[in-house]
Design a protein around this ligand. Structure first.
Ligand SMILES: C[S@@+](CC[C@H](N)C(=O)[O-])C[C@H]1O[C@@H](n2cnc3c(N)ncnc32)[C@H](O)[C@@H]1O
Length: 435
């Protein structure tokens, strides 16, 4: 068989992989196609080869699968922002749950109870996104990057972005197109709080006075905050308005409001986050005097609700987020029950757990890291509530927990990212004898 990537190929899709791509074999080669579902014979345009596999997208579908639906967005499947818009929603949830259970089975961890998938709004939910900017001749594109390419999808709006951000895509194209620096702006990040929208405009060269004035006028007419970003996040400079309100979001069930900076981590889907926080808090079962250690605590998304229910919380995070978390605790009248410290949790392990009864973990995609086994040795620890955005590292850490005598008493998925293959998992582990 030729090793050159063909332009197009018929592919019989036999399964849907964890990334939401249809998978099939052509001769003895694995071929993965966006927009292909199991059982479908598709004509696929090939886009890339990597590690001996071929990748492409289905441009014609023969014998559509029963679960195929009309994608809500015309940029699908080209746009890299979504991978599952062609699959009916119930099947998206089943697929994600199967992936989690498969990852757990691969490390021989069985949950006593698997909860029904939890979901909320399916479109218009994303409150944070990094959009690419690219000049194509006279045209300027602003959108998610296309899959397997450095190109930027041609978008007028986005179905998964929160409305406050989606409505900006078209006018943003207009204002960026008119800038002197139009070819020196590689990306714009949008951030949506409960009441405000912010844009971080990355620029590779200093902006002219005219460019600054045009962007300030845009901020005014579209009621958004614009920050210029000449380098890393520490270079952010507020351009307009002169006095930007602090971004925030509320968790009404707990009577707390969390302020955040544009560069801080915030959970992507506000309504789903409320469900996730409530479930995590219930799993911790905080009561007066319970000591909770919140590792990878960010701005206090879980810490403050836990403190509101009576727990004493010690939170750790690497970033400036802990300063924000401390201020959030003070603003919400929870300063007495919360303490936050900065640490590199992948590096610094000793003395972190102390005498906590419950450990709440919400690490990045890489998982809890090599210190987990050491943290679990603390004799006071009875339970671990683990929030994860990566089923594979969750399963690996679940194996570490099982080896240290922590049983997975329940697990379930929380669909933080509908229409994409990403998923959030909540697992509750109890030390044997404390279930
Ligand atoms: C998935 S976020 C969770 C944040 C928070 N629990 C929430 O719900 O908003 C992961 C957090 O891990 C933090 N983090 C990343 N690397 C870290 C490290 N090496 N040490 C400590 N924290 C780290 C990030 O700053 C981020 O706040």
């Amino acid at each position: 068989m030729s090793r050159r990537l063909p332009r197009e190929l018929p592919v019989l899709v036999t399964e849907l992989d964890d990334g939401g791509m249809g998978k099939g074999m052509v001769d003895d080669r694995i071929v993965r196609v966006r927009n292909g579902l199991p059982g479908e014979l598709v004509r696929a345009r090939m886009l890339k080869r990597r590690s001996g596999e071929w990748f492409g997208e289905a441009v014609e579908v023969n014998s559509p699968a029963g679960q195929r639906v009309q994608p809500p967005c015309s940029a699908f499947p080209r746009c890299g922002g979504c991978s599952l818009q062609h699959l009916e929603y119930a099947a998206q949830l089943e697929h994600k749950q199967r992936g989690l259970l498969r990852a757990l089975a691969a490390v021989q961890v069985r949950a006593k109870r698997v909860r029904e998938p939890v979901s909320s709004v399916r479109l218009g939910y994303r409150r944070k996104a990094r959009l690419g900017v690219r000049a194509l001749g006279d045209e300027l594109l602003v959108g998610f990057r296309e899959s397997f390419s450095s190109r930027v999808a041609r978008l007028q709006s986005c179905e998964t972005l929160a409305h406050g951000a989606s409505r900006l895509i078209k006018p943003l194209r207009g204002v960026l197109q008119g800038l002197d620096a139009r070819r020196r702006i590689p990306q714009v990040e949008v951030v949506v709080g409960d009441a405000d929208v912010g844009l971080m405009i990355r620029h590779l060269d200093p902006l002219s006075g005219d460019d600054r004035a045009a962007l300030a006028a845009f901020a005014h007419s579209h009621d958004v905050q614009i920050y210029l970003q000449p380098g890393g996040y520490d270079s952010l400079e507020l351009l307009a308005p002169a006095h930007a309100r602090q971004m925030d979001y509320a968790l009404p069930a707990f009577g707390v409001t969390l302020q955040f900076g544009l560069a801080d981590f915030v959970q992507a889907n506000a309504p789903l986050n409320e469900l996730l926080v409530s479930a995590a808090v219930n799993a911790v079962a905080p009561a007066s005097g319970v000591r909770v250690l919140d590792l990878f605590c960010g701005i206090g998304n879980f810490s403050l609700p836990l403190a509101r229910r009576g727990a004493n919380v010690l939170g750790f995070d690497a970033s400036s987020a802990v300063q924000r978390a401390s201020r959030n605790a003070e603003h919400n009248g929870l300063g007495q029950r919360c303490e936050f410290r900065s640490a590199d949790l992948y590096d610094h392990a000793s003395g972190v757990v102390g005498d906590a009864h419950v450990l709440l973990l919400d690490p990045p995609r890489t998982g809890a890291g090599n210190n987990l086994a050491q943290w679990l040795q603390a004799p006071s620890l009875q339970r671990v509530v683990y929030v994860s955005c990566n089923p594979v590292t969750f399963a690996k850490d679940a194996q570490t927990l099982a080896r240290q005598d922590f049983q997975l008493t329940e697990v379930g998925i929380y669909d933080m990212f509908p229409q994409t293959a990403h998923v959030e998992t909540l697992g509750v582990f109890a030390r044997s004898g404390h279930g």
